[in-house]
Ligand binder design. Structure first.
Ligand SMILES: [Zn+2]
Length: 304
């Protein structure tokens, strides 16, 4: 544990770097102390990013922008980072750029080197010892560079996965050991959510979540698979200690449906006109998720 604390100290000293993007730890600590969460919004192209900028500013909120490896391949690493930096200059509140589900050390290292301010290293399919060691290596590389790290313990399944997902749930006791040994800033937990669209009723194990929260100190807890979960369940998850909620599927869905509708409705070929309703549709979803994370009810001005 001492080693982990030392690493946090050297990390803290590096706050306020040249980049407009901040380490996700800064945002996570702030929302955790306020009993709120931050919306971690995946972006895929300029349109979805524009939607998130508009939503964040309409609610004066910090957000975490994130990309998966597939998006890095699609946009190119430089483009992804350049876009996120430009977005952070437009957004009033602090913004982090996070690698979602980094599957291997080399990818995390490339992102740290290139300008991401936060990376997830997903060793959830490895043994506990292998996951610990991989995650620890990424923390050792990331923290001196002022980059935050998210690990995953237990495994957040995909909705297509057959069988009982409860067998992958995070164990509170090993969660304590994992954060102590790795020094991660954030921990993705498996407590009942899944990736993709939900087929049946979502059941979140809130008792387990509270136990995990009590066992991991100041490490932020992350809920993956936030799309399609009711506002009430998300609010309760935040109450039980979740500080970051990931949203991807619902954003992609809103975008694609709006583009389809707009293409079917006319022969318009000006893609700035075709994509505009999609930007607005995504922005509405982003804003609704940010509002849940802010834990404020009532309506804010519609994002523009
Ligand atoms: Zn995920």
């Amino acid at each position: 544990m001492r080693k982990a604390i030392e690493m946090h100290e050297s990390f803290d000293a590096r706050q306020g770097s040249d980049s407009e993007l901040v380490p996700s730890r800064n945002i996570l600590d702030a929302v955790r102390l306020e009993g709120r969460a931050v919306a971690a919004l995946n972006f895929y192209n300029a349109e979805t990013l524009r939607a998130h900028i508009n939503a964040a500013n309409s609610l004066h909120a910090s957000i975490i922008l994130q990309t998966t490896e597939a998006t890095i391949r699609y946009l190119g690493m430089r483009m992804a980072i350049g876009m996120a930096r430009a977005a952070s200059e437009e957004i009033e509140q602090p913004v982090a750029l996070h690698l979602d589900h980094g599957g291997h050390y080399e990818l995390a290292a490339r992102c740290i080197e290139a300008g991401y301010t936060s990376v997830m290293i997903d060793g959830s399919k490895l043994s506990f010892a292998e996951n610990c060691s991989l995650t620890r290596r990424v923390v050792e590389l990331a923290h001196p560079a002022g980059v935050s790290v998210e690990g995953e313990l237990g495994h957040v399944a995909h909705n297509d996965q057959a069988g009982d997902i409860a067998r992958f749930y995070t164990d509170p006791k090993t969660a304590h050991q994992f954060v102590s040994e790795t020094g991660v800033d954030a921990l993705a937990v498996a407590v009942g959510t899944a990736h993709g669209f939900y087929k049946g009723e979502v059941r979140i194990d809130f008792e387990r979540l509270s136990e995990i929260r009590d066992s991991v100190g100041t490490t932020a807890l992350v809920l993956h698979g936030g799309s399609g979960i009711s506002d009430e369940l998300l609010a309760r998850a935040i109450e039980c200690g979740i500080s970051k909620i990931n949203f991807g599927t619902e954003l992609k869905n809103a975008f694609t449906r709006a583009v389809k509708t707009s293409l079917m409705a006319s022969d318009e070929i000006d893609l700035r006109k075709t994509f505009l309703p999609a930007i607005e549709a995504v922005s509405e979803v982003s804003a609704s998720k940010i509002r849940i994370c802010q834990r404020e009810t009532g309506t804010a001005s519609a994002p523009r």
